[in-house]
Ligand binder design. Structure first.
Ligand code: URA
Length: 232
């Protein structure tokens, strides 16, 4: 159960003050009945109509964004635009934050949510969620580079990477699956085998692929079924 005024303002129907006004003026119904007391406790699953609009309660929001180059994966930045600036829905923009980071020049799947425990499950050290990257390289790829990258390479700070999986697409491009996410990891892994990443895009998190219909800069909510795929 949740207070009617709280539910309405959390779902973006208006500020707490505005929704109080709507309720008091008889513009809000719950299961077909006009309710005029803002502090009335209602079921989260109730049928709620506010100013003629159906309001569906959601505890958390889950977003899939196709990040374009030039945006930083942060909530605030003094120099560059952030991925949050791509979220045009004001309610969503206020609530969600990105889970994990992509570099400013990396494109692809950024997951955003206001579900703290799930955010941690995806990004935390115990997460072990797979991330797949599409990588284009300056120099030709070899089977030897593949073997080394899959078994673990030592990065410039001495860190030995965990086992990875690589699928060569052609001489200059591949998919790389990682189960960890160190700073600039993909770029530093290829640097460790004397190659250079010239284009990078994250295409899958867990088993959930980035929706191909999303152009860079576009986003959509993730369905309940898709959510399960994030860590399977
Ligand atoms: N690895 C990188 O080097 N950059 C990213 O943005 C993500 C993974």
């Amino acid at each position: 159960m949740i207070r009617l005024d709280k539910l309405l303002s959390e779902m973006g129907a208006g500020s707490r003050k505005e929704v109080t006004k709507y309720i008091r003026s008889g513009s809000v119904s719950v299961n077909g009945e006009i309710i005029k007391a803002p502090d009335t406790k209602v079921q989260e699953s109730a049928d709620i109509i506010c100013m003629g609009e159906k309001i569906k309660y959601k505890q958390y929001f889950y977003i899939m964004l196709n990040k374009p180059q030039g945006y930083v994966t942060a909530t605030k930045d003094n120099v560059n635009p952030t991925v949050l600036e791509l979220i045009d829905d004001e309610l969503l923009r206020k609530r969600v934050s990105p889970a994990g980071r992509l570099d400013i020049d990396t494109e692809g799947f950024v997951f955003l949510t206001d579900d703290g425990p799930l955010n941690h499950k995806i990004t935390g050290p115990k997460g072990h969620v797979r991330k797949r990257y599409y990588v284009e390289l300056e120099k030709p790829l070899s089977e030897e580079q593949k073997d080394r990258l899959e078994n673990g390479v030592t990065l410039d700070d001495g860190y030995l990477t965990k086992p990875a999986k690589m699928e060569i697409i052609n001489g200059h491009s591949c998919y790389l699956d990682l189960w960890e996410g160190k700073f600039h990891q993909v770029k530093r892994m290829f640097a460790a085998v004397s190659n250079k990443v010239i284009y990078l895009k994250r295409t899958i998190i867990g088993s959930l692929p980035l929706d191909e219909n999303l152009e860079p800069g576009q986003y959509r909510e993730i369905t309940d079924e898709e959510l399960e795929l994030l860590w399977t």
